[in-house]
Design a protein around this ligand. Sequence first.
Ligand SMILES: [Zn+2]
Length: 476
Amino acid sequence: MKPTRKANLLKFTGFVTGLTILFSSTPASAEDLNTRLQQQQSQANSLQNEMKTIQSEISTLNSQIAEKQSEIDEMKNKIEETTNKIEKLKSEIEALQVEIEEAKKVIAEKEEEIARLEAQQERRLEILRERAATLQKQDRTNIFIDVILNSTSIVDLMQRVTSLGTLFQSDTDIMQELQETQVIIEAEKEIVEEKARELAEQQATLQQRQDDLQKEQDALQQQERELQQQQDSLQASQSQKEASLKRLEDNLSAVRNDIATTNAQLEEQAAAAARLLAEQRAAREAAERASAEKQAMVVEESTPTESTNSASSTNNNNSSLLGNNSSNNNSGNSGSTGQFNGRFVSPVNGGRITSPFGPRRHPVTGVQSFHRGIDIVSSTPNAPIHAIAAGTVVFSGWASGYGNYIVIQHDATTFSGYGHNRTNQVRVGDRVSAGQQIAIMGTTGVSTGVHLHLNIMKNTTNFWSGHVNPAPLLGM
Ligand SMILES: [Zn+2]
């Protein structure tokens, strides 16, 4: 059996060399690609958050713009109202103007009439004077004639002639009548003048109101202009926001393309690894068949593992038996409090480290990379995997590279991860105690043989980062 195993090991080593050449064009390891994927996804998330913020800012701006629009509409209504009032006042003022013009015409007519009456009185007085002069030539002693000749006006004359008897009675009667008519017309003229004054006052009041309304309208138009400016600036910042949103959308679609590319690379790697694994198994089976035929005996199945290769190519000293596992049987629960006490127990009974934490050449991809955990094998087939401390399952499912993967959170910043499982036996949200069985060891994901890839993440809230060397924490 031993020589067969050795022969297989040699074959496998040759295989790995072939793998290295085959994968030399591959730019990154599966773990690197996973890290890249996490970064790209968090980039996409932060872009989406930024977009949400901007979208809510845009909707705020939209409602502010609508508010401004209703203020502007209100202002326009007020301006229209004021314009109507001003138009009405203007026509009232025009109507008053017409009335004032008519009154002025009437006043002018009255003045003309008064002038005519005055002229008639003047003529009468003249006739009387002439007649008195003629009489004086005939009778120089008549003092009444002196009175007439010396009177300065009709009123003066009338006062003087009251006692003159009937001599000039008919003349004074006519002059009296003329005088009375003049008084009436002057009274009429005064009434029309009063009316014209009132109309002018009314017109002035209306003019004042029109001026006030015009001022009001000017103020409203100023306000409207200001509102319009505010709305313009809101619309400007809205278009800016929309431009940023467009840029973010472009960035997001670029990041999504990157994510698709990374996923495709991961799938390609997984497929290549699976193909190699199949070829490797076929080769091994062929070798075993040949060996069996040759030796005519049953050959014990020996599974070459990632570790066998690693150990032979990098570090032989790291293969060691795990510490005392007597307290960690399959039931695993005895003596466990269910609380993380800062200490870890062994994940595999009688397990052995085959690939240490740190830089190494990846056993499948052949690319130089950093091994972010330790690989542990068991001599038992279908070996149970135990939780290394109490905690809560925060991930249980398929992870590129890790295959069936379980992550347990022990406290706010401490996690342990278990990869390549054949079967996961816990689900997200399950509480597990230290030593509790959580999985069956397998070789799922990017793996060359049955083993446990164990991660411990500390001082992190994201279990895809913060990897530390589990070996010293497990006393290995
Ligand atoms: Zn590993």
